[in-house]
Design a protein around this ligand. Sequence first.
Ligand SMILES: [Zn+2]
Ligand SMILES: [Zn+2]
Length: 95
Amino acid sequence: MRFKAVTDLTNSFNPVPKNERKKDKKLIDDKKHDCEYCGKKNCWTNKHHIKSKGSGGNDTEDNLIELCGACHRKVHDGLINKQELLKIVKRRKRK
Ligand SMILES: [Zn+2]
Ligand SMILES: [Zn+2]
């Protein structure tokens, strides 16, 4: 009954405990970035799509900008011009 033995081994194999996995995810989420618009250091940022996915924007670097919560809100409220963001992305590329 070799086949059965293999099955038993699989069943007794311990998967990664749930809380361990949670810890790993937290580690990734803890990474903080600098806001590319206001230059605020080590803050919680969001990747903003300069051209929204709805209007054909892609997940490319040219279309994504790292923004802190305050700036991100401003962009969506129309307080920050899209052209400003495009300028920042262009400047970044030249470096
Ligand atoms: Zn900002
Ligand atoms: Zn956004």
